[in-house]
Ligand binder design. Structure first.
Ligand SMILES: N[C@@H](CCC(=O)N[C@@H](CSC=O)C(=O)NCC(=O)O)C(=O)O
Length: 287
């Protein structure tokens, strides 16, 4: 029996920000929290489009909703924002807090195959378990038809791979400073070696690699990337130019990417706060 429950609710721009908690089966008993902003006017008969935001390293379900200033534009556009956590919680794996870029709050949106990290099934958690939970319990939010995915950094990687691995599932995907070539950069190499046993195994979760695997027969998937030029992780971990080059090589007319280089912006939520309206307006065109 599900222990899904609402644990807080606050009004915001005429809508509501609610936090929920449940025990996850796929994350082996982790006690997970997530936040949903529902815009005014969303009903069971007329649910709001559900837009996911996958957060980055060191984050939980709160970072985006409290720091990005997204609710005002989401309220105007009638968009629901779904903010999951970034790793299993409430369970202990030895060494899971040894570093900030692996383990707790660094689940990397993969399904771990190393038995030690068996609870780290964040790809299945987001794409199946949490989607089904929201579909069944939060009926004024649409996660089946009018849905899109966005994210930041590790979560930008999560957003891109989730959309590229599930053609037709999302109307579009947007990413702030995403890790687009994880098999070629230190954050991804560390995560894939730990969770999957090798960097090679990570190719199945590498957005730049997945561009070449997207079906030629469609459906169309518009992508947007926004990258700050003063980001301390650019270009050592974040390589939008490589992503753009790989898209050209893929020659798939169903894929397109719009890359915005944000002059002088860093990796922080100040950057996200500055560009969130532009990104939500872009997403809304496809919903
Ligand atoms: N170790 C530092 C930096 C951590 C950091 O910048 N985290 C980003 C995501 S990085 C890629 O996934 C972030 O979103 N942090 C949360 C925030 O609210 O800014 C540190 O611990 O600060």
């Amino acid at each position: 029996m599900s222990d899904f429950k609402e644990i807080s609710s606050s009004q915001c721009y005429g809508g509501t920000v609610k936090k929920y908690q449940h025990t996850s089966h796929v994350l082996l008993g982790s006690v997970m929290k997530f936040v949903v902003f529902t815009p005014p006017g969303a009903t069971v008969e007329k649910p709001a489009a559900g837009v996911w935001f996958l957060s980055g390293l060191t984050c939980n379900e709160d970072n985006f909703i409290t720091k990005a200033g997204a609710c005002r534009k989401a309220s105007e556009l009638g968009i629901a924002l779904i903010c999951p956590d970034t790793s299993p919680r409430g369970i202990k794996v030895e060494g899971d807090d040894a570093s900030w870029d692996f383990g707790v709050s660094a689940g990397f949106y993969v399904d771990a195959t190393d038995p030690k990290w068996a609870a780290y099934q964040m790809y299945s958690y987001i794409t199946k378990e949490l989607t089904d939970l929201i579909d069944a319990n939060i009926k004024n939010v649409d996660v089946a038809e009018r849905t899109a995915v966005m994210g930041h950094s590790m979560g930008g990687h999560g957003a891109l791979i989730t959309a590229l691995k599930n053609p037709g599932r999302f109307k579009c995907a947007a990413a702030f400073s995403p890790i687009v070539t994880p098999t070629d950069v230190p954050w991804g190499q560390k995560a894939f070696t730990g969770y999957l046993g090798s960097i090679e195994a990570g190719r199945a979760y590498d957005a730049a690699e997945l561009l070449g695997k997207y079906p030629a027969e469609g459906p169309k998937l518009p992508l947007k990337v926004v990258q700050g030029t003063a980001d301390s992780f650019y270009p050592s971990q974040l390589q939008p130019e490589v992503f753009e080059a790989k898209l050209k090589v893929a020659k798939n007319e169903n894929l397109s990417v719009e890359i915005t280089m944000a002059e002088g912006y860093d990796h922080s939520y100040w950057f996200i706060q500055t560009y969130i309206d532009e990104v939500l307006l872009w997403i809304n065109k496809y919903l």
